[in-house]
Design a protein around this ligand. Sequence first.
Ligand SMILES: Nc1nc2c(ncn2[C@@H]2O[C@H](COP(=O)(O)OP(=O)(O)OP(=O)(O)O)[C@@H](O)[C@H]2O)c(=O)[nH]1
Ligand SMILES: [Mg+2]
Length: 269
Amino acid sequence: MCYNFKNKTSQSHPATELRIVLIGGRYNDFPSGKSSAGNFILGQNVFNTSRRTAQSEARQQEVFSRRVTVVDTPGWWWTWPRENTPKLDQIEIQNSVHLCPPGPHVFLLVIPVSLYFSQRVKASLKQHLELLNADVFSHTIVLFTAVDPCSDETVESKIRRSPVLQWILQQCGNRKHFLNISNREDRDQVKKLLEKIETLITNNGFRHCSVDRSQGETLRKEMRDLTERASKRFDQVQKQRNKLKLQIEGRLGVTLFEIICNISYSVCG
Ligand SMILES: Nc1nc2c(ncn2[C@@H]2O[C@H](COP(=O)(O)OP(=O)(O)OP(=O)(O)O)[C@@H](O)[C@H]2O)c(=O)[nH]1
Ligand SMILES: [Mg+2]
């Protein structure tokens, strides 16, 4: 059992520890805003939002008297099948649950409010969530994000007009929260989110998402192997480039020498 009670009578924040994994995809240059949401939740810029997240990372902070761990992950392409997601990204997504032992309480599926979802998102989402655990949906809250001012009514009308969003919410037991990430002063948004997470934990019988520890070992080995292979390939390519450069320089030297000889011959007769 991973769940600690601070005080059973304290209804406002019964949990002392919350472990969160952020997941989501991207459309072209439109990211889902996972790292931004992670920074917002923790109240500090601990995740880099100026470049794409290549590795899953865990950060911890005390937030509203809870010890909150947030794991940020690489995004996939919302409409692409999993086979199109780089193997290393898939391993990093899988590894995310091992970065908050003994396992996450909740997955936050981060979706920008302004995004339009086509039907292809469904299959891609299912395939990518299979990387995590069999029952991810029962531990997931949909986190709608926006950088511009946006009312709850706008979010609701967006959902009403999108059959795919309705399907996703249905899979997640209609659990959702809206975060305006440009309004970082409004910490009440985070407090309400933490309360929703605690309600989910209570409804899940205080069970966190189960994690296969032996899989963690296998993943770490796979990552080491992939990184080693990539580094070897990089060395080989460097060597080939240097060899080619020398050949070209040598060839250029010969050509220059021939040109100079020809010029001197024609000048001197
Ligand atoms: N317009 C718009 N911009 C956003 C939204 N969410 C995040 N951004 C901006 O997009 C940039 C990248 O956001 P991130 O939070 O790093 O996105 P991410 O999901 O972590 O992206 P990956 O790590 O590549 O998967 C930041 O400058 C954000 O301010 C959104 O909902 N709408
Ligand atoms: Mg990121």
